[in-house]
Structure formats: C-alpha cells, structure tokens
Ligand binder design. Structure first.
Ligand SMILES: Nc1ncnc2c1ncn2[C@@H]1O[C@H](COP(=O)(O)OP(=O)(O)OC[C@H]2O[C@@H]([n+]3cccc(C(=O)O)c3)[C@H](O)[C@@H]2O)[C@@H](O)[C@H]1O
Ligand SMILES: Nc1ncnc2c1ncn2[C@@H]1O[C@H](COP(=O)(O)OP(=O)(O)OP(=O)(O)O)[C@@H](O)[C@H]1O
Ligand SMILES: NC(=O)CC[C@H](N)C(=O)O
Length: 566
C-alpha cells in the first residue's frame, strides 16, 4: 500500500515563484498525511500553457530557478516523492525543449519522462515548442508499488485513432501496479464525461488503475475545471476531486485499487456531470475571476441596454466580483425604448449593482452635425446606427480608463458568428463572457439563474422582450436575421461540427436536413454561411471570450480572413 496526494492547484502561467510556493504548501499537506508521493499537474511549475514564453531565455532561466527551489524543498521532506511537470532542455535534433515529468526525492531527480503525444489541434499547439519523447515506458518503485507515468495527451490514443504511437502499449508491457497521469485538460461542455469514458476504457483494456491529476483555473479564454479522478479497470471512475476549485486530497493505492486516506471506501462518483447551464455559469465565473485577478482588475463595467446579453453579463460579473465592484451604464439614444432604462434599473437594483445614466442623443447630434459640416453629407443609415454603438463604446472605455474597470463585452456567439455587432462600438472591451453561447442559450442561462436563485435575477421584462439593437426606429434583430431558434441550429451545423456531443449533433443535423427541404431553406443556409465567412475580420479584432464549447472562436478556430471560404 502507498499513499498518494493529488495536488490540483490553480497555478499562474509564468509565476514560477508563486507556483513553487503553492506546490510546497501542498507538499507539506501531503507530508502531514504521511503520503509517499505528491502529484502535481502537467507543466505545474510554469502553468499550462506558456506558449511562446517558452522561446524566451529569461523564462527558461526562471524555470531553472523554480525547479531548484522544488528540489531544495524536497530535501526537507526526504522520504516523499514529488511528481512535477515542467519544460526541460532537449539536446538532440528538433525542438530545444520537451514537456516532461520528473520524480524528485530528497533533492534528487529519480526519473524523467517526456510527453510523447503533443496535441497540435483545436486550441493546442505543443509541437510548436516541444520535441516528442521516445516511445519508452518509465516505471519506478515507490514503496510497495511499481508506478508508471503518462502526460495528458499520452493517454488519449489508446484506441489508436489519432497517432501512430500508443504510450499505453509500452506501459502495459512494463506492468506497473498503478499509472500516474499528469494533465492540463481544459474544460468545455461534456469534457469531464469524455475524460471518464476515455480513461475508463484505457484502464479496462490495459488492466491498469490510473490516477489522473488536472490543473484548475482560468487562463485567458480557457478554463480548467480540475475534477481530477481515479479509475480502476473493473470499477471505472471511483474517485473525483472538486470541480472548479483547488483540491489537495490523499488516497491509498494497493492491490485492490483506490481507497480514502484512512482506508475507508470512497463515495460513488456520479456519471452525469453538471447540467449544461450550471456548467456554463461555473465555467464563466471562474474564467472571469481568474482573468481579472491575474491581470490586476478588481472591478468591471458593462453597458446596460435593458437587453438579455448585457443583463446576463452583469449578473455573472456581479457573481464573480461581488455586486459592489460592478458598474452598469445605461446610455439611451432617441431610439431607445423606455424599457432600456427602466429594465436596466430593475435589473441593477435586484443585483445590487450601481447604475449610471449617460444619455447620448446630444453626442449623436453633435457628431452628425460635425460629419455633415466636414464632408458635406449627412450621417445616415448604417453609419448613423453604428455611431450610437461607437459613442457608447467610447464612453465605456473612458469610464474604464478613468476608474480602472475591466470593460466586459456582451456579444453572444450568434451575433459574433454573423458579424451582427459594431466594430469599435459594442465589440469594445477586454473580455467577453458569453461569446461562446448562442443567443438561445443566453435565454436558457437567464432562466437557469432565475430558477437557481428562486427569484427574478433577470427581470421577466428582459427575458420576454424581442431582441433589438435599438439603433433605428422600431428595429428588431429579426429584421436582419432569421429567428434565433433557426439561426442557432444552422450556426451549430456550420461551426461546431464534431465538437458537438453525439446527441446534439444528431439533433442539429436532422434540423438542418429538414430546413433545406423547405422553400428557401437551402438559400437561407447559404446566406448564413456567407455571413459567417464575411465576418471573420470582426472576430479577429474582437476581445477574447471564455470558452465553454469544444469549438470556440479564438485559438480553437483559426480561419483566414482574405480568403474564399467555400
Ligand atoms: N474583410 C475586412 N477586413 C477589414 N475590415 C473590413 C472587412 N470587411 C469590411 N470591413 C470594414 O468593417 C467596417 C464595417 O463593420 P462595422 O463598422 O462593424 O459595421 P457593419 O458590419 O456594416 O454594421 C454593423 C451591423 O451590426 C448590427 N448591430 C450593431 C450593433 C449592435 C447590434 C446588436 O444587436 O448586438 C447589431 C447593425 O445593425 C449592423 O447590421 C467597415 O469599416 C468596413 O470597411
Ligand atoms: N442604451 C444602451 N445603454 C447602454 N448600453 C447599451 C445600450 N444599447 C446597447 N448597449 C451596449 O451594446 C451592447 C449591444 O447591444 P444591442 O442592444 O445593440 O444588442 P444585443 O446584442 O441584443 O444586446 P442586449 O441583449 O444586451 O441588448 C449591449 O449589450 C450593451 O452593452
Ligand atoms: N495538455 C494536453 O495534452 C491536453 C490534451 C487532452 N486531449 C485534453 O484536452 O485533455
């Protein structure tokens, strides 16, 4: 029997000093639990993923200093093994670095294993910096057990579908008693269940118990949900760590599998994860909190239109920062409905968020007059519509500059897909919270927030009004776009592809198949396809958004702009 402590930590990319402090604190807890080893996540020393910081000599010099500090700390706890992840120099041909795991004890490195399968798809880009490790299993005796090692993607090819190499093959030959897998696995809807399924299958096929340790926390657009777990060949997933939080937990491993630190059996792990909207909420709140914390923001500002997008953005910001740290600004123009101000007031009163009023009619008039004087033509049509959005965007940026608030942009995935937003206007901002949610999902999230709180967090008037940009008289989104129920299904078909879970994919494909049978249905799909392609330039200039789906705009969908898309 050995005791192992999984250290699911929220490390910060590049903060080697802070990460080492966190790792040492977790190791001390492991020592207090009399653990034989403490396991940290993939690239735990640097945080995942450092990107081109890996090319900076200063960065790698700080990695060396941090690693020395870990070695030094391991001398103070001489009987315990530390499993740490870091980038390490590679002397052979190819890239100068490898993504490695080292086992330390008493100030010595007992083993080094280099990641073999380097993900370079979707949001991952590891082959840009790392050379793959050789197809060799590394196993070490720790106490009574033989322990084998894997790093994240190494465990994702046991069905042989993605790479020529399957690291499980060599590992199975080496026949360890248990496998430690260190990971940095970002979450999106369905990801936890996908991990369980892949690792339960690999555990069964190879007859190997596996302990899977993930990092937790938000890093730019990605959120890591933690949810580290243990899986046994026969029983499947037998343990799960906390989700969206740090967790340092000690388990026992023996010939019969995993047990709690005191030898008791572990509570059952539910198969089902969080319902979709509860998941979105937690993912976004953690993503925002960590983004703001790491960038030094303690307050946020949002333009409040009385519409659903700004309402949900304000509600999530109030949850992440606390309502007293969030400012809303309502900026009515001559086209704004009375509801835009009144509903904003009701919303902000309910949230406990301060609402400022800054009408823009005079500014619009002043700009228009200046334009006409200078150029001899009036501002009209789309240019006049966009001017309102840009004046609002400028006021929000000036507020942000003056008081140091993070401006949250409110675009959802439906409008970002088709470019239904004004550049340098409502796209202004530092971070988008709902940019990976389709408009129909924004409504569903609002209903979820109300249900969960058992009150109208999002007032009924906001939930029930037809979406409108209110930039022209009696304007409705449906004047320019198909109803969101239709648009969203077509967009999922065009954008999400294999990122959709099986059931949702079937639903979407069936919907689109029947739509194209309708008169004008095929033309509508074509029109939407063109809108998506043509608005790539807007998405390239848009702020980062928090990813909740497998295929989010940003690094996960790298499309050319000046190109023929179909
Ligand atoms: N490929 C390309 N690369 C770089 N720039 C490109 C470009 N194609 C056009 N452009 C430029 O982009 C600009 C046009 O884009 P932009 O100024 O944004 O304006 P535009 O896309 O023409 O109009 C904004 C649309 O969004 C709608 N809207 C606005 C605000 C809020 C909401 C809402 O409900 O949320 C909806 C509005 O009703 C209108 O349909 C022009 O300067 C054009 O030259
Ligand atoms: N009258 C307004 N006062 C303050 N901000 C506004 C106003 N109108 C628009 N905005 C800002 O611009 C964003 C885009 O708003 P718009 O109403 O044009 O479209 P939307 O995508 O339907 O958003 P929402 O559902 O929040 O209304 C809003 O979310 C809000 O941040
Ligand atoms: N860091 C990694 O290797 C992550 C890749 C892996 N397939 C995941 O998303 O979990």
């Amino acid at each position: 029997m050995i005791k192992v402590t999984l250290a699911q930590l929220n490390v910060t990319i590049g903060d080697m000093d802070g990460n080492v402090r966190k790792m040492i604190a977790a190791a001390q807890r492991a020592r207090d639990d009399a653990a034989d080893l403490v396991v940290f996540s993939e690239l735990s020393l640097t945080g995942y993923y450092p990107g081109d910081l890996l090319d900076e000599p200063h960065f790698m010099a700080r990695v060396s200093v941090g690693f020395e500090a870990l070695l030094q700390a391991s001398r103070q706890m001489p009987t315990m093994h530390w499993v740490v992840g870091l980038p390490a120099a590679h002397a052979g041909p190819g890239k100068p670095l490898r993504n490695v795991l080292r086992v330390l004890r008493g100030g010595e490195v007992l083993l080094e294993y280099a990641k073999q399968l380097l993900p370079t798809y979707n949001i991952f880009n590891e082959r840009r910096h790392f050379e793959p490790g050789p197809d060799v299993a590394k196993v070490l005796r720790i106490g009574t057990e033989q322990v084998g090692f894997l790093i994240c993607e190494d465990g994702w090819n046991d069905d042989g579908s993605a790479y020529a190499v399957n690291p499980f093959d060599r590992l199975r030959d080496a026949a360890p008693d248990v496998v430690i897998s260190i990971n940095a696995s970002p979450s999106h809807i369905g990801k936890r269940e996908q991990r369980h399924q892949i690792f339960a299958a690999a555990s069964r096929r190879n007859s190997l118990p596996i302990l899977y340790v993930n990092q937790v926390g938000g890093h730019d657009q990605l959120v890591y949900d933690g949810a580290s777990f243990a899986v046994e060949p026969k029983a499947g997933v037998v343990f799960e760590a906390r989700r969206f939080e740090e967790d340092v937990t000690t388990l026992r491993i023996d010939a019969h599998g995993f047990k709690a630190a005191d030898g008791e059996s572990l509570p059952a792990v539910p198969c089902e994860g969080l319902p979709t909207m509860a998941f979105y909420r937690q993912q976004i709140v953690l993503g925002l909190r960590d983004y703001a914390r790491r960038c030094g923001f303690t307050q946020a500002v949002v333009g409040s239109s009385g519409g659903i997008d700004s309402a949900i953005t304000l509600a999530l910001a109030a949850e992440a920062f606390g309502p007293d740290r969030v400012t809303a600004i309502t900026m009515p123009s001559v086209y704004s409905s009375a509801g835009s101000v009144d509903d904003s007031q009701t919303l902000c009163d309910g949230l406990g968020v301060r609402l400022f009023r800054h009408p823009i009619a005079d500014l619009v008039q002043g700009y228009s007059a200046g334009f006409e004087t200078a150029f001899g033509a009036p501002l009209q049509g789309l240019a006049l519509e966009n001017l309102q959005a840009r004046i609002r965007g400028t006021i929000l940026m000036e507020y942000s500059n003056t008081w140091g608030h993070l401006l949250l942009t409110t675009g959802n995935k439906s409008e970002m897909s088709v470019g239904y937003c004004t550049l340098y206007g409502d796209t202004n901002g530092g971070l988008g919270l709902i940019g990976d949610l389709y408009k129909t999902e924004v409504f569903a999230l609002a209903r979820h927030l109300n249900q969960a709180a058992d009150r109208e967090v999002i007032p009924r008037a906001i939930l029930e009004k037809p979406p409108s940009a209110e930039l022209a008289p009696d304007q409705k989104d449906t004047d320019s776009l198909p109803p969101y129920e239709v648009l969203d299904e077509v967009l999922k078909h065009l954008i999400e592809g294999h990122g959709l879970a099986h059931e949702e994919r079937e639903q979407v494909e069936a919907y689109v198949a029947q739509l194209v049978q309708q008169p004008d249905g095929a033309a509508l799909v074509d029109r939407i396809r063109r809108l998506v392609a043509r608005s790539e330039y807007k998405r390239r200039q848009a702020p980062p958004i928090i990813r909740v789906r497998a295929r989010a705009f940003g690094s996960g969908r790298q499309m050319p702009i000046a190109a023929q898309h179909f």
